[in-house]
Each structure stands twice: as C-alpha cells, then as structure tokens.
Design a protein around this ligand. Structure first.
Ligand SMILES: *[C@@H]1O[C@H](CO)[C@@H](O)[C@H](O)[C@H]1NC(C)=O
Ligand SMILES: *[C@@H]1O[C@H](CO)[C@@H](O)[C@H](O)[C@H]1NC(C)=O
Ligand SMILES: *[C@@H]1O[C@H](CO)[C@@H](O)[C@H](O)[C@H]1NC(C)=O
Ligand SMILES: [Ca+2]
Ligand SMILES: [Ca+2]
Length: 237
C-alpha cells in the first residue's frame, strides 16, 4: 500500500471573499467549497458535512481547488478509504484556508475533524488508519472503551481547549499520554485550536494500542504543552 499526503498550501483569504461565498453569519460555520476549476473557478459545491461519495453531487474526481473553514480531509477513494486501498489524502487544517491542488487529490470523499456542534468545541477524532483514513471513533466525553476502534487507532485529531489523555488499557489504565490542542489558527473572528497526529509514532505510542480516552491532562507524558505560544498560521505547515 502506498499512501501519500499532500499538505495543503494554506492561505488566508479576505473577509470579503468569505461574504462573497455566503459564509457570513456564525463565526464557527464549518464548510468546504470545492471548485471544478483551478483558482476557485468553475462549477462548485459547498459541503458542510461528511460526504462519503462525491458522485452524489456530481463532483467525483472533480475538485481542483477549494476554500474552507476548519479541518477537512479529502480522500482519493470513496468512504474515506475504508477499503484500505491505495490512497491519497489531502488535509487542510486552519481557521480558514484555500488551496489550488489541481488533480493531486482526485477527491472521491471528504469529511471534517472536530465537533459537529461548534468549530472549536472540545473534541477528539480517532481513526482506524494512518492519516485519518478508515473508520472513526469520535466524541467529547470520556470513553472507557473506543468501540470498534479497540486496539485499532492509527491517527488522531484533537480540537478545542481541553487536553485529552489516551490510554493503552480499557477504563483509563495502562500506558498513557496527554495531548493538548496546542496549535492555533485564526482568521478574523474564527479561531481554531487543534493538534493532529498522522500516525501513532508521533504520539510515542505503539500503533493500534489506544483503548480508552479521558478528558483532561492525566498523564506524566504531555504533548504540546499549553505554554507553547500560540503561533498562528505559519505553525500549521
Ligand atoms: C492561478 O492563479 C495564479 C496566481 O494568480 C496564476 O499564477 C496561475 O497561472 C493560475 N492558474 C491557472 C490554472 O489559471
Ligand atoms: C482518480 O480516481 C479515479 C477513480 O477514483 C481513477 O480512475 C483515476 O485514475 C484517478 N486519477 C488519478 C490522476 O489518480
Ligand atoms: C473523565 O475522566 C477523568 C479522569 O478519570 C475524571 O476526572 C473526570 O471526572 C471524568 N469526567 C466525566 C464527565 O466522567
Ligand atoms: Ca478518486
Ligand atoms: Ca489501525
């Protein structure tokens, strides 16, 4: 299996552009608009939710540029690469961003990470495969087990202000690590605090080892101290 990641070229875009796209209103309105042409031209569609199959909106393998608010992953295969196929994942993580990716992503499905209730609410997303692929276990509360992803978590995202502690045992036991959403991205009134780990190595945990999650920093091992100065957009790449 070959897996490629394309890091988004993250650019701020002006508030005027935002209102032009009809995204005024709640600061935490999360969306991604995909365009069939380069440089935000051509047929476009605004996505606000998980979309496992872009052919439903006639956008399969069509998106060549996109602008969004929040954390979005664009997958080469349908269903977020549940089939563990050869896969390209383009991920964009910022308060707001635009990317002209051409045919690099060949997007057939897309989904966001973070809370369904608010852009910067406290939340965690755990994924079956590296780089946010496959099945997911997500939530905003303690989980004494991680359901279907028991001993299968291979990447994760946290958002909001709360740190989370991840354990290798059920019921908050075993080896553990605390993760702060220490990155900060802001654009006008939109704020996003987050951290992401493409694979468990970066957490210092074995792959497929997480079995429970607790809110708060309950471990001696702390990643992304809150003391880190909020560094803005240039921290994202
Ligand atoms: C997109 O815009 C950039 C900057 O204005 C320009 O250099 C580039 O040629 C454009 N690409 C296409 C395919 O129009
Ligand atoms: C894009 O994906 C489709 C099927 O999802 C595939 O047939 C095509 O070869 C892919 N193109 C590129 C450039 O990877
Ligand atoms: C979550 O777990 C932590 C650590 O065990 C505990 O301090 C906290 O009270 C729990 N919160 C809830 C809502 O159960
Ligand atoms: Ca595709
Ligand atoms: Ca796994």
């Amino acid at each position: 299996m070959t897996t490629l990641i394309f890091w988004g070229c993250l650019l701020l875009f002006a508030a005027a552009t935002l209102s032009e796209r009809g995204a005024v209103g709640a600061d935490d309105f999360r969306y991604v608009t995909g365009y069939a042409g380069p440089n935000y031209t051509g047929v476009h569609y605004q996505f606000t939710d998980y979309t496992p199959d872009l052919s439903v909106v006639q956008m399969d393998n069509t998106i060549q540029s996109a602008c969004g608010v929040g954390i979005w992953m664009l997958y080469d295969t349908a269903d977020y690469d549940l089939d563990h196929a050869w896969s390209v994942v383009c991920r964009y993580m910022a308060a707001s961003w635009c990317a002209s990716m051409g045919t690099a992503c060949n997007t057939s499905s897309l989904r966001y990470a973070g809370s369904p209730y608010g852009l910067n609410d406290n939340y965690y997303n755990l994924y079956e495969d590296t780089i946010y692929r496959g099945k997911e276990f997500r939530g905003n509360t303690n989980a004494s087990d991680v359901g279907d992803l028991d001993m299968d978590v291979s990447s994760l995202v946290v958002t909001g202000q709360s740190p989370w502690t991840f354990y290798t045992g059920l019921h908050y036991t075993g080896a553990n690590v605390c993760v702060y959403p220490y990155r900060h991205s802001t654009n006008n009134d939109i704020h996003l605090d987050f951290a992401y780990y493409d694979k468990m190595d970066y957490l210092g945990m074995p792959d497929n080892s997480i079995r429970s999650v607790a809110r708060g920093c309950l471990s001696d091992r702390v990643l992304g101290h809150p003391g880190h100065e909020r560094r803005g957009l240039d921290d994202i790449n």
